[in-house]
Design a binder for this molecule. Structure first.
Ligand code: C5P
Length: 219
């Protein structure tokens, strides 16, 4: 499942995994965890060589289940990776080609282990259908208008106790879309065989029903 932020992707992906009794992997959490390690190391997120060095010396772990908490060097960083500092720098870090190679290899390993153990997995990110799992049984690309996405993100932020306004969130959503869609390696875009689902006027249950229909159609 791919798409920009604020489309309801995370909520829907987790609920879909639960309904299907499948494993679940949030690849964005991996890029966020590396970004946190980069910021903690005092490294410039735009310095590819340094970003890679930090990634190589950080032990990142993430279980393939709903509710899994990412750790770096054994420390639970699930809350900190959602903060504004990490969100502001994650697109720069995730544009480093060698970092992507490294994380994609880790993601593929986690996915094949989870498939063997659980029989299936829901994976969410930006390049899952195009790069990480090009032979996925079902590829979904979620979209929504920028306004709808900013409002959802702002609601999530205030529910989590993070101060924000819809305007600031809209600016951040549009900035990250631009960076994620224009980067040279694995830009955000739908795979040719992805089913696009526009969530602007759908609630979570509406999206989930549509996805369950698609899963059933694929057998
Ligand atoms: O999904 P989430 O908003 O947590 O992703 C954070 C950032 O991680 C994205 O804006 C993008 O820069 C990066 N990302 C990526 N490839 C993925 C998942 C996330 O580049 N597969």
């Amino acid at each position: 499942m791919d798409g920009p932020s604020g489309t309801g992707k995370s909520t829907v992906a987790k609920r879909l995994a639960e309904r299907l009794d499948a494993a679940y992997l949030d690849t964005g959490a991996m890029y966020r965890a590396v970004t946190l390690a980069v910021l903690r190391a005092g490294v410039d997120p735009a310095d590819s060589a340094e970003v890679l060095r930090v990634a190589e010396s950080t032990d990142l772990s993430l279980a393939t289940e709903v509710g899994a908490r990412p750790t770096i060097d054994g420390e639970d960083v699930s809350a900190e990776i959602r903060g504004p500092e990490v969100t502001a720098h994650v697109s720069a870090v995730s544009a480093v080609p060698k970092l992507r190679e490294r994380l994609v290899a880790l993601q593929r390993r986690l996915i094949s282990e989870a498939k063997a153990v659980r029989g299936g997995i829901v994976v969410e990110g930006r390049d899952i259908g195009t790069v990480v799992v090009p032979d996925a049984a079902l590829k979904v690309y979620l979209t929504a208008s920028a306004d709808a996405r900013a409002q959802r993100r702002a609601r999530q932020d205030s529910a989590a106790g993070r101060a924000n306004t819809v305007d600031a969130t809209l600016a951040d959503v549009e900035r990250r879309d631009r960076l994620d869609s224009s980067r040279a390696v694995s830009p955000l875009r739908p795979a040719a065989d992805a089913v696009e689902v526009d969530t602007t006027d759908l609630d979570i249950d509406g999206v989930l029903d549509r996805l369950m229909d698609l899963v059933e159609e694929r057998g």
